[in-house]
Design a protein. Sequence first.
Length: 436
Amino acid sequence: MPRCGCQTAKTGDSTFVISFSRISCISRCGNFLNSKLKTKNSKLATALLGWFAVHARDLPWRRTRDPYAIWVSEIMLQQTQVKTVIPFWERWLRELPTIEAVAKADSAKIHKLWEGLGYYTRVRNLQMAAQQIVNRRRDEFHESPAKNQVRDSQRSSLRNLPAKFLENYDEVLALPGIGRYTAGAICSIAFNQPTPILDGNVIRVLTRLFGIAENPKEKAANARLWQLAEELVSHAKTQRRKKNNSPLRAFAPLREDNSCSHLNQSLMELGALVCTPRNPQCLACPVKKLCVAFAENRVDELPNLGKREAATARHFLAFAVECGGNFLVQQRPAGVVNAHLWEFPNVEITGTKPDAPAAFQKIFGVKPKVIQPLRTVKHSITRYRITLEAFFVSLAKRPAKTNGRWLAPAEFDSIAFSSAHKKLASAAAKSILSGR
Ligand code: SF4
């Protein structure tokens, strides 16, 4: 009988070893170890579900099983913190309460509702996916034999049935903007399917729980993590209803029809609240007795994310050009970062001494008489550390050959700016009020 505590497993085209000790296993471990892993996963599922029932945060999208609302929350939560997302999610659901409403909303509206969340490709993909779902509903109606058997009045009401979000995992995965994680999250949370999830929080929790030393981006380690996530959520499927005495948790009682949903959310929640990147609260952790990293004092080493790519500094000069109380703003083209959003004219500069008047002349073909510093905004996009240095320029006459719109500050709210340029818009509006 093997003593090492390891198990070999095959996922796709890769074979890997799940190690419960620091001794490497070179033999096939057999049923004994399979049952050991099953026992550990079963205990983990029980402990996580019990903990989640008491400690889950009361988030608005946890009060609904509407797949559309859950889908929107999952897309907004990509790359964005929970507290930032809440007001955006509430406003989105108020303004666009159905899939049809998203499908037919105009581009300016969806960008305005997303303004400030960043990563705007998400919102365009969301709309494309909504359009696909609505078109699919229309095709299903036209292909339906029942269509010819109903009276005209019934036909129109059938045609107007609301488009339903898809329940099939592969079909959800095929929608624009939805990857394996998001498809798993939607299908488990909205439909209680045992579909695994693996995001940054879950990777951190699982690598520590199972003592996985390999970089989770590597193919074999990644496959192993997905398999562990799948095994855990499958165990949850068999969990029975538990008594939950917490009066605050009426919104999250564990039922047989939400155990997969709760298991996946418990992994994310544990990563967000307890098993944090720095200073994890191991002593308060509900699964510390099952955690390899805790037992072996390796918590700080895991996950092994390798070396971070160094950030690249970039410097832009922007111009709040005012003429007759209006400012020139321009829309970013399709296919670039922050596509379709609005901004003040700007240019990237290289070298150590930025020459704002020369840059202005290069863009507008005229030399500014007076150019005054307006505001500097520093921010990061992906691996870029960006400095946006803005200047105020007042002109008596609009320059020829300028693209864009001239807007009064009161009209700024009608268009969607990128976050950095939103700050410049506010500074530009104040500059007019202060009679600069
Ligand atoms: Fe994370 Fe510590 Fe809990 Fe292990 S014991 S899962 S490292 S918080």
